[in-house]
Design a protein around this ligand. Sequence first.
Ligand SMILES: Nc1ncnc2c1ncn2[C@@H]1O[C@H](COP(=O)(O)OP(=O)(O)O)[C@@H](O)[C@H]1O
Ligand SMILES: [Mg+2]
Length: 79
Amino acid sequence: MTSVVDQGNGIDPDEQHLIFDELYRGKDHRQMVQGTGMGLSIARTIVEAHGGSLSVISERGCGSVFSFTLPIDPQFIPS
Ligand SMILES: Nc1ncnc2c1ncn2[C@@H]1O[C@H](COP(=O)(O)OP(=O)(O)O)[C@@H](O)[C@H]1O
Ligand SMILES: [Mg+2]
Protein backbone atom coordinates (compact mmCIF):
# COMPACT_ATOMS: atom_id res chain seq x y z
CA MET A 1 0.00 0.00 0.00
CA THR A 2 1.21 3.51 -0.82
CA SER A 3 -0.01 6.49 1.21
CA VAL A 4 0.23 10.26 1.01
CA VAL A 5 -0.31 12.19 4.23
CA ASP A 6 -1.10 15.87 4.72
CA GLN A 7 -1.78 18.09 7.70
CA GLY A 8 -4.42 20.17 5.94
CA ASN A 9 -8.01 20.94 6.94
CA GLY A 10 -9.20 17.38 6.63
CA ILE A 11 -12.50 16.31 5.05
CA ASP A 12 -15.91 16.17 6.68
CA PRO A 13 -17.02 12.56 7.39
CA ASP A 14 -20.18 13.06 5.30
CA GLU A 15 -18.11 14.26 2.32
CA GLN A 16 -15.46 11.54 2.36
CA HIS A 17 -17.47 9.19 0.13
CA LEU A 18 -18.41 12.03 -2.28
CA ILE A 19 -14.95 13.41 -3.12
CA PHE A 20 -14.22 10.53 -5.52
CA ASP A 21 -17.29 11.36 -7.65
CA GLU A 22 -16.69 13.11 -11.00
CA LEU A 23 -16.92 16.91 -10.68
CA TYR A 24 -17.61 16.83 -6.92
CA ARG A 25 -15.76 19.62 -5.09
CA GLY A 26 -15.80 19.97 -1.31
CA LYS A 27 -18.00 22.66 0.21
CA ASP A 28 -14.99 24.37 1.82
CA HIS A 29 -13.02 24.41 -1.44
CA ARG A 30 -15.42 25.05 -4.31
CA GLN A 31 -15.48 28.86 -3.74
CA MET A 32 -11.93 29.31 -2.41
CA VAL A 33 -9.65 27.08 -4.47
CA GLN A 34 -9.58 26.55 -8.24
CA GLY A 35 -10.15 23.03 -9.46
CA THR A 36 -12.23 20.74 -11.61
CA GLY A 37 -13.37 18.05 -9.19
CA MET A 38 -11.84 15.45 -11.52
CA GLY A 39 -8.52 14.63 -9.81
CA LEU A 40 -9.62 11.97 -7.36
CA SER A 41 -12.16 10.49 -9.77
CA ILE A 42 -9.45 10.00 -12.43
CA ALA A 43 -6.99 8.67 -9.86
CA ARG A 44 -9.49 6.08 -8.55
CA THR A 45 -10.46 5.03 -12.10
CA ILE A 46 -6.80 4.43 -13.04
CA VAL A 47 -6.03 2.52 -9.83
CA GLU A 48 -9.17 0.36 -10.14
CA ALA A 49 -8.41 -0.34 -13.84
CA HIS A 50 -5.19 -1.95 -12.59
CA GLY A 51 -7.05 -4.02 -10.00
CA GLY A 52 -6.26 -1.84 -6.98
CA SER A 53 -8.20 0.45 -4.69
CA LEU A 54 -7.90 4.08 -3.55
CA SER A 55 -9.36 5.43 -0.33
CA VAL A 56 -9.05 8.20 2.24
CA ILE A 57 -8.94 8.42 6.00
CA SER A 58 -9.36 11.97 7.26
CA GLU A 59 -10.10 13.99 10.37
CA ARG A 60 -11.34 17.57 10.35
CA GLY A 61 -8.65 19.98 11.57
CA CYS A 62 -5.92 17.31 11.48
CA GLY A 63 -5.37 16.18 7.90
CA SER A 64 -5.88 13.37 5.45
CA VAL A 65 -4.27 10.11 4.40
CA PHE A 66 -4.91 8.98 0.81
CA SER A 67 -3.85 5.39 0.14
CA PHE A 68 -3.85 3.06 -2.84
CA THR A 69 -3.14 -0.60 -3.34
CA LEU A 70 -2.10 -2.40 -6.53
CA PRO A 71 -1.94 -6.17 -7.03
CA ILE A 72 1.45 -7.73 -7.68
CA ASP A 73 1.67 -10.11 -10.63
CA PRO A 74 2.89 -13.42 -9.14
CA GLN A 75 5.42 -13.81 -11.99
CA PHE A 76 7.35 -10.82 -10.58
CA ILE A 77 7.58 -12.17 -7.00
CA PRO A 78 11.11 -13.56 -6.49
CA SER A 79 11.11 -17.21 -5.45
N1 LIG B 1 -5.80 16.60 0.57
C1 LIG B 1 -7.07 17.05 0.69
N2 LIG B 1 -7.47 17.65 1.85
C2 LIG B 1 -8.75 18.06 2.01
N3 LIG B 1 -9.70 17.96 1.06
C3 LIG B 1 -9.34 17.39 -0.12
C4 LIG B 1 -8.01 16.91 -0.37
N4 LIG B 1 -7.97 16.39 -1.62
C5 LIG B 1 -9.21 16.53 -2.12
N5 LIG B 1 -10.03 17.13 -1.23
C6 LIG B 1 -11.45 17.41 -1.40
O1 LIG B 1 -11.95 16.57 -2.44
C7 LIG B 1 -12.53 17.36 -3.48
C8 LIG B 1 -12.31 16.68 -4.82
O2 LIG B 1 -10.91 16.64 -5.07
P1 LIG B 1 -10.38 16.52 -6.54
O3 LIG B 1 -11.09 15.38 -7.23
O4 LIG B 1 -8.89 16.48 -6.48
O5 LIG B 1 -10.88 17.84 -7.25
P2 LIG B 1 -10.39 19.36 -7.09
O6 LIG B 1 -9.07 19.35 -6.38
O7 LIG B 1 -10.30 19.85 -8.49
O8 LIG B 1 -11.49 20.03 -6.32
C9 LIG B 1 -11.85 18.73 -3.32
O9 LIG B 1 -12.68 19.75 -3.87
C10 LIG B 1 -11.70 18.84 -1.84
O10 LIG B 1 -12.92 19.28 -1.24
MG1 LIG C 1 -7.44 17.95 -6.27
